[in-house]
Design a protein around this ligand. Structure first.
Ligand SMILES: Cc1ncc(COP(=O)(O)O)c(C=O)c1O
Length: 465
């Protein structure tokens, strides 16, 4: 066990210390992987150390290298070494912060970590919640509580609102919660890609007049595509007026609250009824580290507590929470659940919150730097207001072509060609129906020189088209 364990740590350290050495993206064809991995069930065992080598060298590196300093695709987390060790320890201890009886120590770690997250985000102490696998499950969990609290089990005529820029997990949650397609109203955003409070109010008025039952709004604080922040204060005012639940999807953007310029974000978060926050994005945690927080944690219990579901579960009686105990399995959809919080706990204890604040600031400085470079270069053009360390931009065609389809194709081919060089990963998105390049600059190991080199590569690639 020790020999294999030491070897595993060597492989981990090797991986973490060579983030910049290879390409930020490696892909293999399905047929190649079938040859590599499509083996029969191993009836007899093999050598653990050799298997670890096989995984670390041949299999696990195939994919996006999110911690590469020139990986700007999606929302690139970096992970961190204490979090790796946290998973190792909690896995060995079979830690389950489910019922207090089952895991009082692990549950206490989760309680403390949630308290720290609330402090980092500027949320009042009475808020509560739990760790989940990620933003998708956080959205689902919060919206399940909203549905039950607001609609009391009758979904007829119910209406949920968001903008077209909301994450697709919102639509998937609506589907899983039993809402039909027409019951999620996705409104066109304003020119800055934000949910427009006036459009929302007009739609709610029209729906009420039609006898429908508006019950909740999902505002995104940091859309995945452009980092746009929906105007929470105005939306919250409308929600209070109409008696709607306000859920904030801050999977990426809530972490902005850690920064010196995040005052408005801290103010905004506290106005919601519930919040999605993904430490596996801008809090530098490995997957799966998501979190859902709600203003009134009793409402999570009302939806999820085991006793609500009338099945014969006498074996659970010994695990009922007594005074002062918290059963996290009463707050969300999972009973047996891993100790996701330990990753955040151990990394906060190891590095200190100040290091996380500095790391968030760094991402913002990189984004400022990139935006200034793009704005100043005649060959490039910003296509949305840089927000929360997310930039979108495009290359201007060298031949002056203005044909939208040609310009769109150029961005896609630049992105593909940059990826093919193995030097950087700059993917595309769609903004106002046009293809544009997109960078998310939150890696603390990325330097301004990495940004400059990547933009230069983009420009040179566009020139060669
Ligand atoms: C705004 C937003 N919400 C939700 C999600 C889904 O999060 P996850 O992939 O952790 O389920 C994402 C993922 O990028 C996101 O950006």
């Amino acid at each position: 066990m020790r020999t294999a364990g030491h070897h595993a740590v060597d492989l981990v350290v090797q991986r973490l210390c060579t983030a910049a050495d290879g390409p930020p993206h490696t892909v293999a064809a399905p047929a190649e992987l079938q040859t590599l991995l499509g083996e029969p069930l191993p009836e007899e065992g093999g050598d653990l150390g050799g298997l670890l080598d096989h995984l670390a060298h041949d299999v696990l590196p195939l994919g996006i290298r999110f911690d590469h300093p020139r990986c700007f695709g999606f929302v690139p987390t970096t992970g961190n070494y204490p979090a790796v060790l946290a998973d190792l320890l909690s896995t060995a201890h079979l830690s389950v912060p489910g019922a207090w009886l089952v895991g009082s120590g692990p549950s206490s770690i989760e309680l403390t970590t949630l308290k720290w997250l609330k402090e980092l985000l500027g949320l009042p102490g009475h808020w509560g919640g739990l760790f989940v696998s990620g933003g998708s499950l956080a959205n689902l969990t919060a919206l399940a509580a909203a549905r039950d609290h607001q609609l009391g089990g009758d979904l007829a005529g119910a209406r949920l609102y968001c903008s077209t820029q909301a994450h697709p997990s919102v639509a998937r949650a609506a589907h899983l919660l039993g809402l039909g397609r027409d019951q999620l109203v996705a409104l066109e955003p304003d020119p800055e890609q934000r949910l427009d409070p006036r459009s929302l109010a007009a739609q709610v008025d029209a729906d009420l007049a039609a006898g429908l039952r508006p019950f909740a709004v999902v505002a995104t604080v940091g859309t995945t595509s452009t980092g746009a922040v929906d105007p929470v204060t105005d939306l919250a005012r409308h929600c209070r007026r109409y008696g709607l639940w306000l859920h904030l999807d801050g999977a990426h953007g809530a972490a902005f609250a850690l920064s010196a310029r995040g005052h408005d974000m801290r103010e905004a978060l506290g106005q919601a009824d519930s919040l999605t926050f993904d430490p596996h994005k801008w809090l530098f945690q490995p997957y799966e580290t998501g979190c859902v927080l709600v203003r009134d944690p009793e409402l999570l219990k009302a939806t999820f507590r085991m006793a609500r579901h009338h099945l014969d579960t006498g074996y659970l009686h010994p695990a009922e929470a007594r005074h002062g105990e918290v059963n996290f399995d009463d707050l969300g959809p999972q009973q047996s659940r891993g100790l996701r919080a330990l990753k955040v706990w151990l990394s906060l204890k190891t590095f200190g919150a100040a290091a996380f604040r500095r790391a968030v600031e760094h991402g913002l400085h990189l984004s400022d730097h990139a935006a200034a470079r793009i704005a100043a270069h005649p060959g490039l053009e910003l296509t949305s207001t840089p927000s929360l360390a997310i930039l979108t931009f495009r290359c201007r065609p060298t031949d002056g072509s203005a044909d939208p389809a040609t310009v769109d194709r150029l961005q896609q081919s630049v992105s593909d060609a940059v990826r093919a060089t193995g030097q950087a990963l700059v993917l595309t998105t769609r903004v106002r129906n046009r293809t544009v390049l997109r960078m998310c600059t939150i890696n603390p190991a990325t330097t301004p020189a990495d940004i400059d080199a990547t933009l230069e590569l983009v420009l040179q690639t566009a020139l060669a088209r």
